[in-house]
Design a protein around this ligand. Structure first.
Ligand code: NAD
Length: 321
């Protein structure tokens, strides 16, 4: 078995490798060559922790495994370690033997950013100039860096419930040589692409605060009850997702579905656009919305990629197991 410790991931994994891995696995999912297992997520009644498993099997890439982990809200304060903790385990699909154990913390941020980035590549207008960010926490900086690579953006605008966090975004924009402006939600009408990545349980972005032609990537809603945008926005938009089953149960679409504003059969898997079996954006005035719920196969794809890189560079730790 190979071990790739968390501390090695930053030097090994690139945004480009994460993008390719996630794009490929989304395509495999839409071609019915890869599927996710039902998600387990439990409040374990200890340290207020949420713990669970996300797994799947990609028959085209022969990647089988799971990500185990979750959220320990007291970690940072009590122990000085981050609250999100996860580890990916990969197995040999021919034998069932474990093949790798990989730190999953940084990979989670990279694969989540890669998902919205894939959606921007395939759905945003080519001439997009203004990138709007809603959310300014840990994931938001990864989202911003990845999004900026997809179009020739000229400006970043941002809104966050806690405005004191906005300098996190300003710093990334500055590093990319772009101006950053803190704005009201009404000013999001200026954005050509909007990425939302918050832990909100109420709609932040109104349906009329988005201009025609905008691409919106909703990345924060990954649990029942969470919500980032007015469900009426989904009715105005063409809705795409990583996986329809998750989109309608734990994703942003759960609310529009429950209110009868959209139908499950109208939600399109982003992999179909990647594969060319769906045309994607239909006109410059169309609003496209990507409901990025986060699937286990994304974790497995980036973990498999990082194992290859670790082997190439002689960094993987081999143990007889
Ligand atoms: P974080 O704690 O670092 O940041 C949270 C962000 O949400 C901040 O911008 C904060 O100001 C904002 N926020 C907090 N409470 C809010 C509220 N009630 N209303 C509006 N905004 C609020 O968290 P993070 O690591 O950046 O994660 C952000 C979200 O992304 C979480 O909900 C997390 O579950 C989700 N997430 C999704 C995926 C996926 O694949 N879709 C993957 C990882 C994380």
């Amino acid at each position: 078995m190979l071990i790739v410790p968390e501390r090695e991931i930053a030097a090994l994994m690139t945004r480009e490798a994460a993008f390719d891995a996630v794009e490929q696995v989304f395509a495999a999912m839409a071609a019915d060559k890869a599927y996710n297992f039902p998600v387990v997520r439990e409040a374990i009644g200890h340290e207020d922790a949420l713990y669970g498993f996300k797994g799947g099997f990609d028959r085209s890439g022969l990647t089988l495994g799971l990500k185990a982990g979750g959220y320990w809200p007291n970690n940072l304060e009590k122990r000085g370690i981050i609250n999100h903790q996860s580890t990916v385990f990969l197995f040999d699909p021919d034998t069932g033997k474990v093949t790798a154990m990989v730190g999953g913390n940084l990979l989670t941020a990279l694969r989540t950013a890669a998902a919205s980035s894939v959606s921007i590549r395939h759905l945003a207008r080519e001439d997009a100039k203004v990138l709007g960010m809603i959310g300014a926490g840990h994931q938001a900086t990864f989202q911003l860096r990845a999004a900026l690579e997809q179009r020739a953006f000229e400006k970043v605008i941002g809104w966050n419930l806690h405005p004191e966090m906005l300098p996190n975004l300003a710093k990334v924009a500055e590093e990319a040589g772009l101006p950053f402006e803190a704005v009201s939600l009404d000013a999001m009408r200026e954005a050509d692409v909007i990425v939302s990545i918050t832990s909100s349980f109420d709609a932040i972005l109104g349906a009329d605060q988005v201009s025609p032609g905008t691409h919106v990537a909703c990345m924060g809603t990954d649990t029942k009850g969470k919500m980032e945008v007015d469900p009426a926005l989904l009715a105005r938009a063409t809705v795409f997702t990583d996986e329809v089953a998750q989109s309608v149960t734990i994703g942003e679409a759960q609310h529009a579905i429950a209110q009868g504003l959209i139908r499950e059969q109208d939600i399109i898997q982003i992999g179909a656009v990647i594969n060319g079996t769906h045309p994607g954006r239909d006109g410059a005035d169309r609003i496209t919305l990507f409901d990025g719920t986060g699937v286990g196969l994304q974790d497995l794809a980036v973990a498999a990629a990082v194992v290859d890189l670790a082997v190439e560079k002689g960094i993987a730790v081999e143990v007889d197991f």
